[in-house]
Design a protein around this ligand. Structure first.
Ligand code: WT7
Length: 637
């Protein structure tokens, strides 16, 4: 990469020397992993404090047992063990809506987690119990998660915007008898009551659910009944108490979480204490380059796996400051994130790939008007990234001085599996990169046979990894540590791998758009649409009603409107890029795409609109109001 040429697909960009000179992951790490095989993961375990050392890196039994024989406690790893070195260092910095903020040092957080653990124990929570948390990104949520971990209880965090039905299902399926929630919260300046929804869910399940309520709303807007325990009172009753962290087997569950359900039914995933924590700590260090004393900002909701892994467990296990933020990136203004990066001198920043596209749409003057020079690394996750978004992020947010890591993983994988190592590997805009050291992936056909390099297919992981969910660890058992060709984990994503092992993601299998006889990954079509000037974002879905045609939902950049000329231009450009099969039955302009709180485009819902079908519950959306608007525009066409 030289001069002012904008790197495109296939180009390589070297991470800057200013970064690689001090990066956590240095040259040689891939070779070391290749040489040592699965034992190399002891490096990850070495980042943790063990109450009893593990006997073997991975043992094959009923399930693959990572760090078998070892005992540890996650709350101890995130708090107690840091007290000698950094008790007064900020562990958690919270920015709420409406200008509120709070700061917890490691000592403060240690106190509050101990008190919360004492309180939960007092109301009956024991090791192995499931405590459901139904709250927005507030410090009490993190405190509760760590208090559960301290007791060996499992947290089950449910996104605050979910309906009573969804909460009830999750309470029922996890047989959870404890609920930590709040009276309400503020969203875009308006108070939203949460307790009524929580109570409706409690009433809808057959077993008793004991509620603890964090009071968030200013006044007594929400009435707390006799059966509601106040979080603040409970903690007061246990002021100054300490709770010995309960040592857990490395393979014991740490928490349960439901998959986001943007495609298919949400399913329950359970993560382990040792393998999971080691995996997120190692990747937090090597991929996100988090160092002790860094301010790390994962701008996600705590309720999804990204929040668990890289907002709570990785940064705190590594002794960094984690920045938590409640609210919307365009509130009060569209420069909210950059204002916070500047104010808190954020070092490492991690966000959803689709968020980057929104930032582009809002315009570069927002990041350009802030001093973002504290940033050292930029990460993204959640959806395939096109080179244009990559370049925008690299240039306008990182000033071409911060490596950009495009990290691929899933709720089931616990932590990052595919990404460049920012201190080692060159970056290729639009491609996530090779698998992380210790992990092998392949692109396979329907029969599970590898396809040729450069051919599209299904992405499979062919080696086990420490952060694998407990059910994957069960599936991989008895296959000689996954090494006898018998086991592969087919991920549900379509991808292409090139000769150097770099993986380019094409989107979810369930979202495949078949036009005529050609199957396109949505990302392939979308990235071609986005190449057209004035287009900021696009989602392409298949419409079965119209006999297998593609429908494109398109957002234009600020100051541009959508009209028939632009439709024609899009059609022509995409045809040129991808051939005559790549044609759209319809192109619909919309101000926004429907996105979940985890930043995913709800293509399933757009597909339903295209087919004039019922699209069901929209409570998982960050912007549910857009659905009616899209429907109106789509029907007007
Ligand atoms: C699905 C998993 C990973 C935590 C966040 C979501 C998609 C994720 C990327 C990426 C292309 C990506 C995949 C995957 N995905 N990261 N960098 N490039 N696609 O967890 O809700 O379980 O979603 O997100 O389709 O399967 P999740």
């Amino acid at each position: 990469m030289r001069g002012d040429h904008t790197p495109g697909r296939g180009d390589e960009v070297s991470p800057p020397h200013s970064f690689t000179d001090d990066a956590n992951a240095a040259a040689g790490v891939r070779e070391a992993f290749a040489e040592e095989g699965l034992d190399a993961w002891s490096r990850a375990a070495d980042l943790l404090a063990w109450d009893r050392p593990y006997e073997t890196v991975v043992r094959d039994g009923d399930r693959l047992e990572w760090f078998a024989g070892g005992r540890l406690n996650a709350s101890h790893n995130c708090l107690d063990r840091h007290l000698d070195e950094r008790k007064s260092h900020v562990a958690l910095r919270w920015e709420g809506t409406g200008g509120e903020s709070r700061v917890y040092t490691y000592l403060d957080l240690h106190h509050e987690v101990n008190e919360a653990a004492a309180a939960l124990r007092d109301i009956g929570v024991e090791a192995g119990d499931v405590v459901t948390c139904y709250a927005p990104v507030i410090p009490e949520l993190v405190v509760t998660m760590l208090a559960c971990a301290r007791l060996g209880a499992l947290h089950n965090v449910v996104f605050a915007g979910f309906s009573a039905d969804e909460l009830a299902t999750r309470l029922r399926r996890t047989e959870s008898s404890y609920l930590v929630t709040c009276d309400g919260y503020y969203r875009r300046g308006n108070a939203v009551t949460q307790l009524t929804t929580a109570d409706n869910a409690r009433m809808a399940v057959d077993h008793d659910v004991d509620p603890v309520v964090v009071e968030r709303l200013d006044d007594d807007a929400v009435y707390l009944g006799d059966d509601h325990r106040r979080y603040a009172d409970l903690l007061d009753d246990h002021r100054g108490e300490t709770v010995e962290p309960v040592a857990r087997d490395a393979t014991d569950p740490l928490f349960v979480i439901y998959t986001s359900g943007t495609t298919g039914e949400p399913s329950r995933v359970t993560h382990t204490t040792g393998g999971y924590l080691a995996h997120v700590a190692w990747t937090g260090r090597a991929v996100l380059d988090i160092e002790p004393f860094d301010t790390h900002w994962c701008a996600a909701d705590a309720a999804w796996i990204t929040g668990h892994s890289y907002m709570v467990y990785a940064p705190l296990a590594l002794g960094a400051t984690t920045l938590l933020y409640e609210g919307a990136p365009d509130q009060p203004e569209k420069d909210r994130l950059w204002e916070l990066v500047e104010r808190h001198r954020v070092d490492t920043f991690y966000t959803a790939s689709t968020a980057v596209r929104s930032f582009m749409k809002w315009g570069a003057d927002h990041p350009d008007s802030h001093d973002l020079s504290s940033l050292r690394l930029l990460g993204m996750v959640g959806e395939p990234t096109d080179p244009e978004a990559w370049n925008w992020y690299w240039g306008h947010v990182g000033g071409k001085e911060c490596p950009v890591v495009d990290t691929w993983w899933q709720t089931e994988t616990g932590g990052i599996l595919v990404s460049t190592l920012p201190g080692v590997d060159p970056m290729r805009p639009g491609s996530a990169g090779p698998a992380v050291p210790g992990v092998d992936v392949a692109v396979v056909d329907r029969e599970g046979e590898p396809v040729a390099d450069g051919d599209p297919g299904h992405l499979a992981v062919t080696t086990p990894w420490p952060g694998m969910s407990r059910s994957l660890a069960r599936e991989a058992a008895g296959t000689d540590n996954g090494a006898d060709d018998g086991w592969l984990y087919v991920t549900g994503d379509r991808a292409v791998r090139d000769g150097d092992g770099y993986v380019t993601f094409l989107g979810r299998e369930d979202d495949t758009v078949t036009v005529g006889n050609t199957a396109f990954g949505p990302a392939t079509l979308e990235s071609a649409v986005i190449e057209v000037d004035a287009i900021a974002e696009a989602a392409v879905v298949e419409s079965s009603e119209q006999g297998g045609t593609a429908v494109a939902y398109v957002c234009t950049e600020r100051d541009h409107g959508g009209d028939d000329d632009l439709r024609e231009e899009i059609g022509e450009h995409v045809g040129e890029r991808l051939g005559p099969t790549a044609r759209f039955g319809e192109i619909v302009f919309t101000p926004e795409l429907p996105k979940t709180h985890s930043g995913k485009i709800m293509r399933r819902l757009l597909g339903a609109i295209a087919d004039s079908e019922e699209y069901g519950d929209t409570s998982a959306l960050r912007n549910p109001e857009i659905v009616g608007e899209i429907e109106t525009v789509a029907n007007d066409e």
